[in-house]
Design a protein. Structure first.
Length: 135
């Protein structure tokens, strides 16, 4: 049976000499780079870049679609609300309110708030019915 000192002496006598400069590591890296790489790892970066390109193209298409939808919603809101505002502004006048009704006086006093509420309700309804992609 060999002792621990015999084993240590054997390892020290048969060890590979490693130089102290960086030439050894440079040569080791060069030889490692010469080794063949598996096919599954060779195309990995190209596949990742292709997937990122596809993802960016899809995201850009979704952004364009959302911009068009938002402009359409704003246009629909304006088209619907302009006649309502015109009716509220031109037809509800003090001459129209000849009676002593408290409800009509309240409507006249709060007409702009009511028209604003109607505008927000129309906008909320059109947004709820739209097909804007949520990301």
């Amino acid at each position: 049976m060999k002792t621990e000192q015999d084993i240590r002496r054997f390892v020290q006598e048969n060890r590979i000499p490693v130089p102290k400069d960086s030439a050894f590591m440079d040569e080791l890296v060069r030889q490692i780079n010469l080794l063949p790489t598996p096919a599954s790892l060779a195309n990995r970066d190209a596949r990742i870049q292709e997937n990122l390109r596809i993802l960016n193209a899809v995201m850009e298409a979704v952004r364009k679609h959302n911009r068009k939808q938002i402009l359409l919603l704003a246009l629909v809101n304006v088209i619907i609300c302009i006649p309502i505002f015109c009716a509220g502004y031109f037809f509800i006048t003090p001459q129209f309110l000849t009676g002593d009704s408290l409800l009509i006086a309240l409507i006249f006093q709060w007409r702009y708030a009511l028209l604003g509420f109607i505008c927000i309700a129309v906008l909320a309804f059109t947004v709820s019915r739209s097909d804007i992609v949520r990301i």
